[in-house]
Design a protein around this ligand. Structure first.
Ligand SMILES: Cc1ncc(COP(=O)(O)O)c(C=O)c1O
Length: 383
């Protein structure tokens, strides 16, 4: 058996019963909310017919998150809903059904002296800052590990926030942020990762990602003449986007048995917490190393993502930096501006077709959707 793919066979026979995170009603509220954000756009779904032909598949489709509300990654979908929901709930405002504009929530937050604190290695902090500071005018403090390069810090700062570098790893910066939250009234911690005792706000991120899935479901039908996806491949870091995709496609209230989509999660070989957790049957932390797939460089899964992935995901795939880089180049050559995290999905599809095509039911009837979560960016080219 391949050492790059773990087939999660118990889950393949089980239906994940959604507990409402991705319910249709919530999804339409989130979409209505997203449509009020400046630069709202529906991202493209590209067809890659030559890749499909080469791999013997019916369709390979790529959801291109390289420009989401003016930012180069999908994260703002979750961050915008999380900031709005968390601040609104804190102030007792009717945000559950998006019954108040984010501008009004911002005004009330400023009157009440609300402050936002977050911790980031990049995309998430910028997305939280764009929503909280730029769109809602809420003072925002962003803690970053000191190894973050100055370019990334400057991008976050450009959203109008204070960036504070701490000489610790991401995981160890979280307690520093928590101290800040405790020390100051009306301070709200916004993170996309759930840890013991902190899970409500990360779930808002997961809800926010439903807009991407609602869009791609419809776009798949349009591009295939009415046929739905059979496989979905999603990048996994701490697992929140993977949780959203798995909950969406394994929701027995939404899909009939015959329509169930197989979900594959891809990770860097050097940060394979899902792969190892699936193998072990419990959520385990793994040591991590530098990778060009920065957003996926996580050693531990979000506590709320793990049970959903354990029960619902069909396979964990690991790819190297070189495979991801080759996929970036392959997509760039087709005029798709993908970054390493997004392109990792194509690398995973290639790996799946080489190592476990039959086991994963990949054949000439398959319609595969790749969730390409970020746009082109600079990175050190692997040798
Ligand atoms: C571009 C990109 N793709 C994928 C991921 C992985 O998302 P998650 O941590 O929800 O698994 C991240 C996380 O920040 C990211 O920035």
């Amino acid at each position: 058996m391949s050492s790059f793919i773990y087939l999660n066979s118990p889950a393949r026979d089980r239906l994940y019963k959604s507990e409402g995170v991705q319910s249709g009603t919530r999804e339409s509220v989130v979409l209505t909310f997203h449509k009020t954000i400046p630069e709202y756009n529906e991202t493209k779904l590209h067809s890659l017919p030559d890749v499909a032909k080469e791999l013997g598949l019916r369709h390979v489709l790529l959801k291109d998150e390289s420009n989401r509300f003016g930012l180069p990654a999908f994260k703002i979908l979750g961050a915008s809903w999380a900031v709005y929901r968390a601040v609104g709930s804190h102030l007792g405002l009717p945000v559950l059904d998006a019954g108040i504009s984010f501008e009004e929530v911002g005004v009330k937050a400023r009157e009440a002296g609300v402050q936002i604190v977050t911790v980031t290695e990049g995309n998430c902090g910028r997305a939280v800052s764009r929503m909280a500071a730029k769109h809602m005018g809420i003072p925002t403090k962003v803690f970053v590990p000191s190894f973050m390069d100055e370019k990334t810090r400057a991008k976050i700062r450009s959203e109008g926030v204070e960036v504070v570098a701490i000489d610790k790893s991401y995981d160890d910066v979280i307690p520093v942020a928590l101290e800040e939250v405790k020390a100051r009234e009306n301070t709200i911690l916004i993170l996309d990762v759930s840890v013991e005792g902190y899970s409500t706000i990360p779930q808002y991120f997961v809800e926010g990602y439903s807009t991407m899935l609602a869009e791609s479901d419809r776009q798949v039908l349009e591009l295939t003449g009415g046929k739905a996806a059979s496989h979905a491949i999603v990048p996994v870091g701490a697992g929140s986007i993977g949780e959203a995709v798995t909950a969406h496609f394994k929701n027995s209230a939404r899909w009939k048995d015959s329509e169930l989509v197989k979900v594959l999660g891809v990770e860097p070989i050097t940060a394979s917490c899902l792969f190892n957790s699936l193998k072990t049957g419990k959520s385990v932390s793994v040591p991590t190393e530098d990778t060009i797939m920065c957003g996926m460089n996580c050693g531990t899964l979000s506590t709320t993502a793990w049970p959903v992935l354990r029960d619902g995901i069909d396979a964990g795939v690991v790819v190297s930096d070189l495979e991801s880089h080759n996929a970036v180049q392959e997509l760039n050559a087709r005029n798709i501006g993908a970054g390493p995290c997004g392109a990792a999905t194509l690398a995973a599809l290639r790996r799946a077709c080489t190592d476990a095509k039959q086991e994963l039911g990949l054949d000439d009837t398959s319609i595969v959707v790749l969730y390409c979560t970020e746009g082109q960016r600079e990175y050190p080219v692997p040798l």
